[in-house]
Design a protein. Structure first.
Ligand SMILES: Cc1cc2nc3c(=O)[nH]c(=O)nc-3n(C[C@H](O)[C@H](O)[C@H](O)COP(=O)(O)O)c2cc1C
Length: 357
């Protein structure tokens, strides 16, 4: 296993390892892919206003979510078909995540099954479900997830219908998760409502994460419904196109939630500095979806583990150079906004790839 010193090398290796169909499925988005590019544009628009001459000998960047420690404020979000990128799939992610000390949200659209992952890698983990059955079916799955030891349950609410991923459609590429989504009863997913949320909260004693919040009003409804984690996401620009960058949704959601629940955000976060920006704007933790897939594609759990170490180094370095030594010191006063230097795209966090490195 080669030693990767930078995330650049990991992304390059992933590209070498994947066929065009799998690569496009991983890096692509919906329709014109504007939401995908806007996620990056948003992240790149925030700049640091560093402070100097603060003692940064010890930088503390550990936190917790739903009672589970996070060595760095990062989550591995649900990635359907993760086994397409590397055969160990969700188990490989689970092992790397556990060894490093963060949290995984396991997708219902990937292999192995949630129960098998729980047996092979016991420990705190959140289960994300796509509803492809009726309420009794959902209740049975949630009860089984609790019995299997899952410490949180995540409902993805931005996927009430499957989007038009034209990059895949043009090649007639059908990802495994697309088959699950299209092949199951997607009507149940379409029929999800705030009543579904109320039902889960009334029936089960497991923390509930609502993923796909895109506006303050829905964040407020989550809080009113007793949701335990408000997860700001546009599915990495893979569902509704022409949405705002998730990092730009964050401030209004932080204001609406007003400390009532932790806030997770994802969408376009590829580097440690990107993560620190989201923390400055009030996120508790940041999901890194494509990076998870890219690291797995580059060499499975060992490379994902290396990527997490690199991210930790990047976060610590960014915090120290911005003049802060703890997460509590991060705030919006450390940021300002400017237009990005160049048109952002899904991999613009890795500018040296274009130079052939
Ligand atoms: C290949 C792929 C598969 C995904 N599958 C799921 C899924 O099964 N469930 C889900 O809630 N989100 C899924 N997502 C969305 C991610 O959980 C996350 O919201 C998104 O990747 C964040 O954006 P980023 O890739 O820019 O980090 C998927 C994303 C990708 C790239």
């Amino acid at each position: 296993m080669p030693e990767f010193l930078t995330l650049h090398e990991i992304v390059k290796k992933a590209k070498q390892n994947l066929d065009q169909g799998s690569w496009d499925y991983l890096v692509g988005g919906a329709e014109t892919e504007s939401a995908l590019r806007r996620n990056r544009a948003g992240v790149e628009s925030w700049l640091f206003k560093p402070r100097i001459l603060n003692d940064v000998t010890h930088v503390q960047c550990a936190t917790e979510l739903l009672g589970s420690p996070l060595r760095i404020p990062i989550l591995m979000p649900p990635i359907g078909s993760i086994q397409v990128f590397e055969e160990s799939g969700a188990v490989g992610v689970a092992r790397a995540v556990q060894e490093f000390g963060i949290l995984q949200i396991l997708s219902s659209a990937c292999l192995p099954s949630f129960e098998e992952v729980a047996v092979q890698v016991p420990g705190p983990r959140i289960y994300q479900l796509y509803l492809v059955g009726d309420q009794a079916w959902m209740d049975d799955i949630i009860a089984r997830a609790i019995a299997a030891g899952y410490t949180g349950f995540c409902l993805t609410a931005d996927t009430q219908t499957y989007s038009r991923r034209e990059r895949d459609m043009l090649k007639r590429y059908v990802p495994m998760s697309g088959r699950v989504a299209g092949g199951g009863d997607f009507n149940a997913q379409a029929a999800m409502s705030w009543e579904t949320v109320a039902h889960i909260k009334e029936t089960f004693d497991i923390p509930l994460v609502i993923k796909g919040v895109g506006v303050a009003e829905d964040a407020r409804r989550c809080v009113e419904a007793g949701v335990d984690v408000v997860y700001v996401s546009n599915h990495g620009g893979r569902q509704l196109d022409h949405t705002r960058a998730c990092i730009d949704v964050l401030p209004e959601v932080v204001q609406a939630v007003d400390g009532a629940a932790p806030i997770v955000v994802d969408g376009g976060f590829m580097r440690g500095a990107d993560v620190v920006k989201a923390l400055c704007l009030g996120a508790t933790a940041v999901g890194m979806g494509r990076l998870e897939g890219l690291a797995m594609a580059a060499g499975g759990e060992d490379v994902l583990l290396q990527a997490l170490h690199i991210l930790e180094h990047e976060i610590r370095t960014t915090m120290a150079l911005a003049g802060v030594s703890s997460l509590a010191q991060l705030g919006p006063e450390l940021l300002t906004r400017e237009a990005p230097l160049a048109p952002p795209h899904v991999l613009s966090a890795f500018p040296f790839l274009a130079e052939g490195y």
